[in-house]
Design a protein around this ligand. Structure first.
Ligand SMILES: C[S@@+](CC[C@H](N)C(=O)[O-])C[C@H]1O[C@@H](n2cnc3c(N)ncnc32)[C@H](O)[C@@H]1O
Length: 184
């Protein structure tokens, strides 16, 4: 939020130009009020909800799964030629779980497929986030796990990928990297 407010040219000022609806009875089409059984993945009769249409065809849907369950990831069908893991590993301190997740992605993505992954070498608001947010780890403080880029890259390499490219913001807080799946 601090970055968005102080650098609107970089972050687009989306808070003021596209605010979320305040009435959750139709949150992007879904009844998201308390007690609703609707979700963003399936219609009421269980059909997948389309996300993207290209040349008249529905080409993308959400599937729910556990990103740290190796076999759950390995089973993705059809096999993805691009996997994206964004903003996730930074939330979890333990490399054993990250390895399991990357092994699942390596099993799902065929050779020459791509993996896009994010990194967060440091963060200026660690304490504020740790004190304010608790949601994803059963009430524990949300202390971001910073990984050096080398650590993140080694985890990805150990799973069977070759790093090709990387981008980083001017403060060095966030990175986005691209890697190619090698033949097992
Ligand atoms: C910081 S957000 C990043 C959101 C988005 N991927 C992005 O890059 O903007 C972390 C996301 O990880 C999801 N998440 C946490 N644990 C997960 C798990 N075990 N399996 C799948 N998703 C998980 C959360 O629901 C949340 O949406």
């Amino acid at each position: 939020m601090w970055l968005e407010v102080n650098y609107p040219d970089v972050f687009g000022g989306t808070w003021s130009t596209a605010p979320d609806p305040v009435d959750l009875h139709s949150f992007t089409g879904i009844d998201a009020t308390s007690g609703s059984t609707q979700n963003a993945y399936r219609t009421k009769d269980g059909k997948p909800i389309n996300l993207v249409r290209m040349n008249g065809k529905d080409i993308a849907t959400f599937e729910r799964g556990d990103a740290f369950d190796r076999d759950d990831l390995a089973r993705i069908d059809p096999a993805p030629t691009i996997g994206i893991v964004s903003g996730l590993y930074e939330l979890f301190p333990d490399n054993t779980t990250v390895r399991r997740s990357l092994e699942g992605l390596a099993a799902a993505i065929p050779p020459k497929g791509y993996l896009v992954y994010t990194g967060q070498p440091w963060h200026p608001q660690l304490e504020m986030i740790g004190r304010a947010l608790t949601s994803h780890r059963r009430g524990q403080a949300w202390i971001m796990r910073r990984r050096t880029q080398a650590e993140m890259d080694q985890l990805v390499a150990a799973a069977g990928f070759r790093k090709i490219a990387q981008r980083i913001d001017e403060w060095g807080i966030f990175t986005v990297s691209l890697a190619e799946r090698l033949s097992p």
